[in-house]
Design a protein around this ligand. Structure first.
Ligand code: ADP
Ligand code: G6P
Length: 735
């Protein structure tokens, strides 16, 4: 059987309801996610899992059968939720916590432990359904803020399945996101995915910043390095099914008088009776993020500021009922009713009502009637992940006429620069934009729309989904380095075999990040008894052991001074051979230190959490405990400043793992390790995790078994995941 894609979202593209007791009614769902993904689902080999729109209490076995059949016909699988689950998960945590917070409505955000538990429970329910339907080779694509924990849950039970996640709403700045009591769990849930998609680069950037500040994972460009895998993050601005809207508009204009809808007849009548007047359209779900109240107030300001347009414009506002059990939505409904009433009362004349307001969902054909009949679209969200209505409006303008006024707070504004972009809180600017739209010459309208249309056509919904799936497919490839092979199975056997067969062996072992894990305080790190036992056993197997580290000689001496190993400290500067004394290996001076130290001190002053380590012949600036972004930025700054300062001396600057170290050139682990090959070894082994170890990987003889710890790029031939795997490998050698 062909592999399928399992699409998962809270809402299915079909809305199921029960009418007159036992009558199951199916209608399409509204909202950007459902309308957008529908086109993707129809084409590919996929199964869509989502909530039926019903509660378990409403459904009896007979109805359930009907629902299953209806869903199956549409390649869907419907999940019912209990009333309690719906209250806690959907009306609760999803729409009273995440939705307002992610849209920067902090004052609407509720933190409720019970609702959080309900959210987790329903996310588990979704994850179980996915796992039940998963076959080998399937790909899972999970959508939106209602299901943030699902990627983690699926990954935990099926580590090999490829999971994509797309967030259809904004991801807020770290300063806002950090207020969530459950922030770690939500981020960890999302990181179960192999690829995370956002509409814009800003949302992506905010997410990466939260991940690095809250979970303190390493993030580089658009990759997050976890212990055993890499998560990719990217922006994919969602498009629309352009051809569908274009085609519908073209057909709309072909319709004869009696084929026209009732709505169209009414619109036509209005246009005939008021020649020269223009219609302004807005369409959205009735949601406080959409800036509907702002829009009405700005329209009022427009009529006051430019009274010459009275009786010449009409605002047609279509608001679709949404989440009406949530108190904020009920309040908004009342506010809009009042505002519309007040403005209409204030300005109406016998022949003119300024606002026509519809509070209902409309069939697709009516949407097309509205889009094609309106000269201006006025979309003023206070915050919107994307806003597909803006794109749909432009796609239906087949003769290139029409003006789009769009809020800069909508993700879509990034791709629609040629529209009139406004700040939804600036009523004066909106009033001016309306005037400009009203008076804009047709030629200019066409020129602007032509550019937007070309872009929308090129990056339609199909392309969006293809790009996402292509990137998701790409995550299956080993990201590390084409050269390095993961140590497991046959590879591990091969290495063990070489070790067992060799008569004289040498192992170069880095310390931090290889033999032991990192700690915020490097002084607290210490080897454990197991390691000493392994060293002992390896010594009995004709093995020379070399601990080769950036640490100073005192530290190594404290922990390994009495062990039967060779110690190399400060990246190769100091050497203590088995049973011998410490001695310096290179001819170096330290006159430079007094001039470089003040520079490092100024970086410590400006970067909280950083400190200087002074070794015998080198200086190191550590930034592991600093704010990750600031630390990274200052590290770049420092290395270029220091590189300039050191260019006349024989010094080099090493960028280690959260440390910048300045030391004499010619001192490095590669040179130091090579000098240890005084005998004829038939097994040479080097293992390490950071940049300074790459010198060993490059300079030791090519037959060396070189192993990188972690997923970063490397010149080593092999890699292992973490210190746990290093320990196991050494213990297997020792057996
Ligand atoms: P959101 O996802 O926040 O609802 P979008 O603008 O991205 O906002 O998507 C809204 C989608 O819902 C659009 O595809 C639009 O065509 C559809 N839609 C909006 N209003 C209606 C309505 N009254 N009837 C039917 N579909 C609607
Ligand atoms: C937005 C969200 C979707 C949601 C839609 C409609 O587009 O991103 O996830 O489905 O609004 O909201 P509803 O709560 O009715 O599903």
């Amino acid at each position: 059987m062909k592999n399928k894609t399992i699409i998962v979202s809270n809402r299915l593209p079909l809305q199921i309801s029960i009418e007159n007791d036992n009558d199951v009614k199916i209608s399409p769902s509204v909202g950007g996610l459902a309308t957008g993904m529908k086109s993707v689902h129809q084409e590919g080999d996929s199964l869509w899992i989502g909530w039926s729109g019903l509660t378990e209490e409403e459904v009896n076995p007979e109805i359930q059968k009907e629902i299953n059949t209806a869903a199956e016909q549409e390649k869907c699988l419907a999940i019912n939720l209990t009333e309690q689950e719906l209250d806690d998960y959907y009306y609760g945590f999803s729409n009273r916590t995440i939705w307002p917070l992610f849209h920067y409505f902090m004052e609407y955000t509720k933190f409720d432990e019970e609702q959080w538990k309900g959210y987790k429970k329903v996310n588990e329910k979704f994850a179980e359904k996915i796992i039940e339907n998963l076959e080998d080779g399937d790909t899972v694509w999970i959508h939106d803020y209602q299901l943030l924990l699902v990627p983690g849950m699926v990954k935990e039970s099926k580590p090999n399945v490829t999971i994509g996640f797309f967030l259809h709403i904004p991801f807020p700045s770290y300063e806002v996101f950090r207020t969530l009591p459950w922030r770690e769990s939500l981020l960890k849930g999302m990181l179960g995915a192999d690829l995370l998609g956002f509409h814009t680069y800003d949302y992506e950037r905010h997410f990466l910043s939260s991940v690095s500040r809250i979970l303190r994972h390493e993030t580089q460009f658009n990759e997050i390095t976890l212990k055993n895998r890499i998560v990719k993050v990217d922006s994919f601005p969602m498009g629309i099914d352009y051809e569908k809207f274009e085609q519908a508009a073209l057909e709309h204009f072909e319709k004869t008088q009696d084929q026209k809808s009732e709505l169209q007849a009414r619109l036509d009548q209005h246009l005939e009776t008021s020649p020269g007047s223009k219609m302004i359209l807005s369409i959205d779900r009735l949601d406080y993020t959409k800036g509907i109240a702002n829009r009405i107030r700005a329209f009022e300001h427009f009529l006051e500021k430019y009274p010459q347009f009275k009786e010449k414009v009409r605002l047609i506002m279509l608001a679709v009922p949404s989440r009406s059990n949530v108190p904020q939505y009920q309040k908004l409904k009342r506010e809009i009713d009042e505002l519309v009433g007040r403005i209409n009362g204030k300005f109406s004349t016998v022949s003119w009502t300024p606002i026509w307001y519809f509070y209902r969902s409309m069939p697709f054909d009516n949407l097309i009637d509205l889009y094609t009949s309106s000269d201006i679209a006025l979309l003023t969200p206070r915050r919107d992940g994307m806003n597909l209505v803006a794109k749909e409006y432009i796609a239906t303008r087949t003769d290139l006429s029409g003006v789009l006024i769009l809020s800069e707070m909508a993700g879509a504004a990034h791709e629609m620069n040629e529209a009139l972009i406004i700040n939804p809180n600036n009523y004066d600017q909106i009033a001016d934009a309306l005037k400009q739209a009203f008076e804009m010459p047709l030629k200019e309208q066409k020129a602007r729309n032509k550019i937007i249309q070309r872009r929308l056509k090129r990056y339609g919904i199909k392309k969006w989904a293809d790009e996402f799936m292509k990137a998701l497919e790409g995550t299956k490839v080993n990201h590390i380095s084409k050269k390095a092979t993961f140590v497991e199975g046959k590879t591990e056997e091969y290495i063990m075999d070489l070790f067992d067969k060799a008569s004289k062996k040498i192992l170069f072992l880095d310390f931090d990040g290889t033999l032991v894990d990192f700690n915020d305080d490097p002084e607290l790190v210490a080897p454990d008894e197991d390691l000493f036992a392994t060293i002992e056993q390896l010594n009995n197997k004709n093995c020379d052991l070399v601990i080769i580290s950036g640490r100073d000689k005192n530290f190594l001496n404290t922990h390994f001074g009495d062990k039967n190993v060779t110690l190399i400290a400060e990246h190769g500067l100091w050497l203590k051979e088995k049973g011998g004394e410490w001695g310096i290996t290179e001819n170096v001076n330290k006159n430079w230190m007094s001039s470089i130290r003040p520079v490092l001190e100024s970086f410590v002053d400006r970067t909280p959490g950083t400190f200087i380590e002074e070794k015998d012949y080198s200086l190191a600036w550590h930034y592991r405990k600093s704010d990750p972004q600031l630390g990274g930025q200052r590290a770049n700054e420092l290395s270029s400043v220091v590189k300039d300062l050191t260019s006349n001396h024989d010094l080099s600057v090493l960028n280690g793992n959260k440390v910048i170290e300045i030391k004499n050139s010619g001192v490095n682990k590669g040179r130091a390790a090579t000098k240890q090959l005084k005998e004829k070894y038939d097994f040479i082994f080097a293992i390490g995790d950071d940049w300074t170890d790459e010198y060993m990987f490059r300079e030791l003889p090519s037959k060396t078994i070189s192993i990188k710890v972690g997923l970063q790029k490397t010149d080593a031939s092999y890699y292992v995941e973490d210190t746990v795997q290093v320990k196991k490998l050494l213990q297997d050698f020792a057996k």
